[in-house]
Structure formats: structure tokens, C-alpha cells
Design a protein around this ligand. Structure first.
Ligand SMILES: [Zn+2]
Length: 357
């Protein structure tokens, strides 16, 4: 934030006079009433909440099909899902509960917040704002911890059943929906609050910063990011890179930065990066994940080009250091990967990455 010239010169004046403490304001500003401030605070909280809900919904909508269609490649890290986000007021930070109640109707009972397109829940007719009353005849709880208990109950039920009966309330009517359970990669994709344009994998989940969510221009670009980070997880890069002793989080400043430059669009964020081979591997397998979810990947290489342009410090010729893939090299490799995937699609083949024997 820049001080205005006036403010700066006033400050300088005070400092020059050596009386900083006694330097009272000299302008006569309009008075603001407390009531109006409270009202404005409420509006700003609403905006902040809505903004976050949009980010959460977008990331879930884009990532769910990637996690579901990629399940074959997640081996033992698979769980079962019906493709919904469910929550209640207690899952919202205290200062936003009133806002959540007013804008989304979130209260103590478990409520459907979002239904992923193409998910079993959507096929069964579950809708946003439906209240979950019972699963397989067992009443769900409400209040603190209800969501976690439901998740645990679903996990348990999934061991023996392929579909579950959900008793719901919509408006004033109750009904039962039978919903299939679908295997999905058990690497939840979450929103990280940082402003830097970044995404990361830690072997357990994938995080995408709000800075990245602002940077991506459309769902395809976001899907490319999620696919790339998911690939780091499925290929065990964190374990391989860090050794078993320390499973740390790797901030994967995508493409361009490569530890070369932490300035500019990427902000001052501590950066640990994967090796060149792991990056190339995540680009390769990641684009397959993205394509499997039905995204048209033609424009994917161009996204990495945009990433490079956002942080030109990372643009290097081939061979810059031994471990730094240059962004031009990366872009050209991605074009080839996209061609390989398209050829398989045209031939009606399964979109599976080629693994070395
Ligand atoms: Zn990466």
C-alpha cells in the first residue's frame, strides 16, 4: 500500500520537527458513525465469504472428475465418494456463521453445499441445500463434529456396500435417495489462502492458492494445475524427494520459478522444488489425469507459457544448471504430450500414461 503524497509529506514534517508523538491530524475529515461501520463490516464479511465460497465451489467442480476418473492410478490411496460437499454452521469460522446462515442457510443440521457435476449424487437427484437426515437408516448428527462423523460412517459403510440410502429433507418434504459410491483418489484438493500464484502437493493432499485461482483463466487451466499436483502425489515424488524421515510439504511453484526467482507474481513464499525429472513426470502424468476427466487439453501447454510469462526470471535456455528445466523446453515437451494424448483419444485407446518397464 502506498502512502499518498500528502500523507507522506505530513509525516516527513512531523519527523523533521521531532514531534512524531504529538503530531495530530490536521485535516478535518467527515465523521463516520459506528452503526454505519458495523453495517459496512457486515457487507464486507459477506463479500469475503461469497468470494471464498466461489473459490471452493470452483476448485471442487474442477477437481472432482479428476480424482474420480484418475482413481485407477491412485492404487491404495482410494476412498469412496458420492461427489458432494456437505457441511453445517459449525464447520464455518465463528465470525462468518451469521453470514453463512443468512446467505446459504447453513445451520446445525448437515446440508448439501455442492453437488459435483457427473457425480453419483447428481445422478441420484441430490441437490444443494438438501438436509441429510439419515444414511442407511441411521440418523445423522448435527452440530459440532457432525460432518466428520458422517464422513467416518460413509467410509465404514463403503466397506460392505456399493450404494447407500440417504434420507433427506428438501423444503418440508422428506425422501430417500439411493446413491452409488464411486472410487476417487484420496488426495483431497483444498484451497490455500495465500496470494502467491502457487499450488502444492504434500503426499496427502493437493493445495491450490487463491492467488492461483485468480490467475487461471478457465476450468481447463485449473484442471491442468490439479492434474499436475495430483501426479506428484500418485508418483510418490514427495517421499522420493524428501526421504521417508520427513514428509514435508513441497511448495510447487509451478513451471517458471523453479527456485530461480521468488519475486514478482510468486510473492515471498518459501520455495522447495522438485527435481527436474519429477517436474517433467508430473507434467506428463498430470496431463493424462486432466484429459481423463474430459478436459480438452489442447490449450494446456499455453497455460504453462502464461505461467512462464508471469515470472520471466525462470525463462532460461536449455541446460541452465543441471536440475532446472527451462520453461521453453517444458512448453515444447507439453505440446508433445498433448499430441500423444490426442492420438490415443482419436484411436479410442485408454488414456493411460506410458510407464517405463
Ligand atoms: Zn510440479
Amino acid at each position: 500500500m502506498k502512502h499518498s503524497i500528502l500523507a507522506r509529506s505530513l509525516l516527513l514534517l512531523c519527523v523533521a520537527a521531532g514531534t512524531l508523538a504529538g503530531c495530530a491530524p490536521v485535516t478535518q475529515r467527515p465523521a463516520v458513525e459506528d452503526k454505519a461501520i458495523a453495517e459496512e463490516a457486515r457487507k464486507q464479511r459477506e463479500l469475503a465469504w461469497q468470494d471464498l465460497q466461489e473459490d471452493l465451489a470452483r476448485l471442487y467442480r474442477v477437481s472432482y472428475p479428476i480424482l474420480a476418473r484418475g482413481a485407477n492410478f491412485c492404487e491404495d490411496k482410494v476412498r469412496f465418494s458420492i461427489g458432494v460437499r456437505i457441511g453445517n454452521a459449525q464447520g464455518v469460522a465463528k465470525e462468518f456463521r451469521e453470514t453463512a446462515a443468512r446467505l446459504a442457510g447453513l445451520r446445525d443440521e448437515l446440508q448439501v453445499i455442492q453437488v459435483a457435476p457427473g457425480s453419483p449424487a447428481e445422478r441420484a437427484g441430490l441437490r444443494e441445500k438438501d438436509i441429510i437426515l439419515a444414511v442407511e437408516g441411521k440418523s445423522t448428527q448435527s452440530g459440532e463434529g457432525a460432518r466428520e462423523k458422517l464422513a467416518a460412517a460413509l467410509e465404514e459403510a463403503a466397506k460392505t456396500r456399493k450404494q447407500l440410502d440417504f434420507k433427506i429433507r428438501r423444503g418440508s418434504a422428506e425422501q430417500v435417495l439411493r446413491i452409488e459410491l464411486e472410487p476417487v483418489c484420496d488426495y483431497p484438493v483444498v484451497v490455500n489462502s495465500a496470494d502467491a500464484i502457487n499450488a502444492f502437493a504434500d503426499g496427502k493432499q493437493v493445495a491450490v492458492t487463491r492467488g492461483m485461482l485468480r490467475f487461471v483463466r478457465d476450468d481447463l487451466e485449473l484442471a491442468v494445475v490439479v492434474g499436475h499436483e495430483l501426479a506428484h502425489n500418485t508418483m510418490g515424488h514427495i517421499r522420493k524427494q524428501m526421504g521417508n524421515a520427513f514428509l514435508g510439504t513441497i511448495l510447487d511453484v509451478l513451471a517458471a520459478s523453479r527456485g530461480v526467482n521468488t519475486q514478482g507474481a510468486f510473492g515471498n513464499i518459501a520455495t522447495m522444488v522438485f527435481s527436474k525429472d519429477f517436474e517433467a513426470e508430473a507434467d506428463y502424468a498430470g496431463l493424462y489425469f486432466t484429459a481423463r476427466a474430459g478436459y480438452e487439453i489442447d490449450r494446456a501447454p499455453n497455460f504453462w507459457r502464461r505461467m512462464a510469462a508471469a515470472n520471466p526470471g525462470g525463462i532460461q535456455q536449455r541446460g541452465f544448471g543441471a536440475s532446472h528445466p527451462s520453461t521453453p523446453e517444458r512448453f515444447l515437451a507439453l505440446e508433445k504430450i498433448a499430441e500423444e494424448i490426442k492420438a490415443k483419444k482419436t484411436a479410442g485407446k485408454d488414456l493411460a500414461p506410458q510407464l517405463q518397464k
